[in-house]
Structures are given as structure tokens and as C-alpha cells.
Design a protein around this ligand. Sequence first.
Ligand code: HH2
Length: 263
Amino acid sequence: MGVVNVTPDSFSDGGRHADPVSATEAVDRLLAEGAAIVDVGGESTRPGAAAVTLEDELARVLPVFERLSGRSLSIDTAKADVARRALVLGAEMVNDVTALRGDPELAGAVADAGAYLCLMHMQGEPRTMQIAPSYDDVVSEVVAFLDERLAFAVAEGVPEERICLDPGIGFGKTPDQNLELVRRLDAVVALGRPVLVGLSRKSTIARVLGDPSGRRVASDPASVGAAVAAFDRGASIFRVHDVRIHVEALAAAAAVERGSVTA
Ligand code: HH2
């Protein structure tokens, strides 16, 4: 899953694709590099980011979906109105970082469109989530949350086979808690749905590389290392900014897993 943020303030590509033409070109480049789907978002969820109004979010993302009919796209939003409009324009998946807690109408919008859905764990909300993340056991709490949200989504009419789960790397977790979630990812995989991880360029990786503040954008090779570790533990969808190096690295990791060159 490639990422294109049509925002001025996203932590790794903020401002780069703020106009629809460059966002559209970025989507096509990531698809050409091997992305199976590209996640397009109009609201940054980086720690401390300000909320975006419905009008602003629509104005950012709709021109991109209008220009890209027929492409495999996901809409990264927590708002039912944004999701509905993107789904009408051909989006296949809704990626909701609130796991259907942000807008009571979002589940119905996904169910009505027959779309795919990603449910992600987050403790708190983006403005404050990194102030004091707290868990007794981060892995069992994330697993219990995702299990409950999966049951909720199914009860709201989204077929289980259309749902993937995401532990929410960087969303209300310390760097060590993020690493522990990846280390014990098999517990999330055991819920029986495909697991998506977003490690690309996140501050936990920058810290591993020796940046004590975690403010520097983590390097792509380091992001790939973390993605391969997640693959080894059962992740199957990788939300990444540099698609090409992830596709190549994961193709090699998958070949080793199979023990054969061809699938
Ligand atoms: N991470 C970000 C945004 N959306 N969605 C899912 N399912 N999983 C993630 O890990 C995830 C996500 C944050 O990354 P990015 O889009 O690059 O930045 P921003 O939120 O600042 O736009």
C-alpha cells in the first residue's frame, strides 16, 4: 500500500502533493512501482496535528479521486461524508485510524458500498496521543481492541472477509511499545484477518537509528528492515512511502519464505 498525503503537514511527505496534479502523478508513480493499492489522505494524523474541517478535507482529496478513476485506491479518513464521496468515485477501501469510533455513519457507508475496511488501533487522539501512552500489556490490549472493533464492524454490516487489522504503529505508543507490537505481531495475526502495518519513516525507526527526539524522518532502508521483520511475523499489507524498495525487499523475503523463486 503506497501513501499519498494531500496535506500541508504530514510528517514525511507534507506539502509535496498538496495540489491535485502532483498528487495524481504520485499515485500513478507508486502504482507503477508495484503498489497494489494507494492510500490517499487529506488529514494528517501525525502527533499534534490539527483537525481538518470536512470542507477542507473534501477539497483536498476529491480532485485526486476524480482524476484517478479506475486506479486501485484507498481513502484514509474517519469521516463518513469523505468516504462516501471517494467510494462513489471508485475508492476500494476505507482506512479509518479511529476504527469506526470517529463517525457513527462510517460503518454504514463502507457496508453500503461493499468496500474493504482497515481498522487501526489508536490510544487517545492525534493531538495528544504521544503525551503519556499507558498500557499494562500493549499487545493484549491492542489485540482485545481490534477483536472488539472487528465484531462491531461485522455487526454493522461490513463482511469480515473485507476487513484488515492494524496495530497502529506510532498511535499512542512509546517506541518500545511499537517495537514490542511488531515483535509479537503473531498475536494480532491470530485474530484471523490480514494484518496491515505502517512502519515507514516513523519516529520509532528514527530512534532506532540514534535520533533521540525521533523528529528526523526515518530512512527508507531502516523502514524496509522493520517491514521485513513484520512480514516474518505474519503481516501481509505494508503502508509505505517508498514503494519500490519495499516491493523488492518483500519479494525477496517472500521467496525465502516459500523456498522457491516463483509463487
Ligand atoms: N499511519 C499514518 C496514517 N495513516 N493508517 C494506517 N492504517 N496505519 C498507519 O500506520 C497509518 C495510517 C501516519 O503516516 P503518514 O500518512 O505518512 O503521515 P500523516 O498522518 O502525518 O499524514
